[in-house]
Every structure is written in C-alpha cells, then in structure tokens.
Design a protein around this ligand. Structure first.
Ligand code: 0X9
Ligand code: ZN
Length: 310
C-alpha cells in the first residue's frame, strides 16, 4: 500500500503498479511506451473478467499530464485502492473495466522533484531554439484543431510542439484511447487547480451531446461538493472555453472528438495557506487523502451515470 501522507515519486509508484499486478488477479500492468527521457509509462487495467475479451464499458482515468499538478496523483492512486484493495462498490468493479494511468508525464514530474517545482511541460529537447527553452505542453499536443489556440514558441508554457503527437507521451495516450475506443464510455483527465469540471470543446463549440455532458458533470460535481472540505469552493461545471479559456490540442478534446461519448477535464481544488492566499500547485499533506476520497465520490457518480444511460 502507498500511504496518503506524501506525494510519491515516479519510482515508488512504478514499483507499486507492478506489485499490485503480481498480487491481484483483477489487475494487469501495461507498459505503454517510453517517455522522452526513457521512463516507462505504465497503466493498470482492472477487470473482474478478461479485460481483452470483455464487452463491458471502460472508464479511463489519467493524472499528471502537467508535471507540477501533484495533487492529481493521489486521486488516481485512491481510485486504484478502491477498485482493487478496499472495494466498497462492488457493482462498479464488476460491471466496468478500468484503465488508470497515474503518471502521464514522468520526465516533467521527476523534474519538479529534482529541479523546478512548478515545471508544467514534458522534457523534450527536440524543439529548442538555439539552446534555450525546452518542453512541450502535452495538453496542447493532441490532434484536435492542433496549433490554432496554443503557442508556437518553445519558450511558452503552452507550446504545442512541432505537430500533433510530436511527443511520445501524448502519442501513448492516443494509442491507448484508439485501442479501446469502442468500449470507452468515460475519460477523465485530472488536473489542478480551480475546482472545475470541464467538457469540450476548448474552441467553445459544443459536442452534439453537450447537454448530457453538462448533466453528467453536474452530478459528479454535486457528489464531490457533498463531501468536500467546507473551506474549499463548490465545483463549477461547464464548457472549457466558457468557464476557463480557449485552447486547442487538449487531451480531453481529442478523446471526445474521436467518439468517446463522455470526456472531462477535472481541475482539483487549489491549495490555500493559513492566510487563505492561493498557491494552487502546492500540496497540503492533510488534503492528500481527502482529495482522493472526494474526487472518488465524483468518479463514482460518473460511473453510475455510465451504467444508467449507456
Ligand atoms: O490549460 C490546461 O491545459 C488545463 N488547465 S491547467 O491549469 N491544469 O493547465 C485546462 C485544459 C482544458 N482544455 C482542454 N482540454 N482543451
Ligand atoms: Zn493541468
């Protein structure tokens, strides 16, 4: 078991995923490919039957596409715990197959521990101008109106790369989504911060089922709000461009556009210090387990919506 009193490093999480797959019959670990610097990007498949032969709906959860958003990691780890080790909602384990990818951007993530705490992008050096500015914003690198509402400058925090899927980390997500596209019913890309549940598209255009996405988003938000820390704001739900800002190349937009019916970006609550000033990406150790717990309530509400209406 991994504790919820600290944010674990890549190596610890990586070993934990392998260990779980060894111990539990319902779990298999998949090495989906390597990051720019050569770290293995692993995800778990969780199924009470044979994942490959199954026709159950799939829910996919991913975290840490942005390196500095540390609080998103325990959310994935908590979901794994509740689906594998400490099962309280049998139906969700029996009726749904789960894909959980805890560390989408391992190079950037390790860099936030060893060098620059607020690093956001990956660590790809392939697009440097002269010898400065590296890294691509993976959440601008997907093939959804790529390059139109993002930055072309390698020095920008929202640099979109040299082309859609120029980065191994985003190509890996594309491959997973394409492999399971016909069974994927819900995709959650977990970010921080802002207490938001967002649906497509980043252009401001709504998918045909936009109203359904709103209803589902509100259900998830209400489930979280019911158990959240009172000092944190309620979640707000809406279209990415309307609630936040416009963007292209987003992971959740790509997944929605290729036909996965329900795709969301979560923005977890911000960290606030005693004076209530916001330093959003920092992590309050007391909030780690709570973040896992309350977000799991939201994920469960989403899963129940899938079972009810899909
Ligand atoms: O800007 C982003 O990538 C996300 N916000 S964050 O503060 N975590 O960086 C929001 C992404 C939502 N946009 C799309 N999925 N298009
Ligand atoms: Zn983010």
């Amino acid at each position: 078991r991994l504790s919820f009193d600290t944010i674990h490093r890549y190596g610890t999480v990586d070993a934990y995923l392998v260990d779980l797959a060894r111990k539990y019959q319902t779990v298999s670990v998949v090495s989906a490919g390597k990051s720019f610097e050569g770290r293995d990007i692993k995800y778990l498949k969780i199924s009470t039957t044979n994942f490959q032969d199954s026709s159950k709906p799939i829910i996919m959860i991913q975290s840490l596409i942005h390196a500095r958003e540390w609080i998103t990691l325990p959310v994935s780890l908590y979901a794994i715990e509740k689906l594998v080790v400490d099962i309280t909602d049998r139906d969700l384990v029996d009726k749904i197959d789960w894909i959980i990818l805890p560390i989408t951007n391992p190079d950037g993530y390790e860099f936030t521990h060893t060098n620059t705490r607020f690093w956001r992008k990956n660590r790809s050096t392939g697009h440097m101008i002269g010898n400065v500015c590296l890294g691509v914003d993976l959440n601008r690198n997907f093939d959804f109106i790529w390059g139109t509402l993002s930055s072309n400058s390698a020095c920008s925090e929202t640099f979109h790369g040299s082309g859609a899927f120029s980065e191994p980390e985003s190509a890996i997500i594309r491959n997973i989504v394409n492999q399971y596209r016909n069974r994927l019913e819900l995709y959650l890309d977990i970010h921080s911060f802002g207490s938001l549940i967002l649906y497509g598209y980043g252009s401001g255009e709504l998918p045909p089922n936009g109203l359904t996405l709103n209803v589902m988003g509100v259900r998830m938000a209400q489930a979280i709000d019911a158990v959240k820390w009172k000092s944190n704001p309620n979640y707000r739900v809406g279209n990415i461009a309307m609630v936040l800002y416009t963007s292209s190349g987003g992971a959740s937009d790509y997944v929605q556009a290729v036909g996965v019916p329900h795709s969301f970006t979560f923005e977890l609550p911000a960290y606030r210090n005693q004076q209530n000033s916001i330093n959003g990406f920092l992590v309050d150790p007391d909030f780690i387990e709570q973040a896992g717990y309350e977000t799991w309530e939201g994920i469960k509400a989403g899963a129940r919506f899938v079972l009810e209406f899909s």
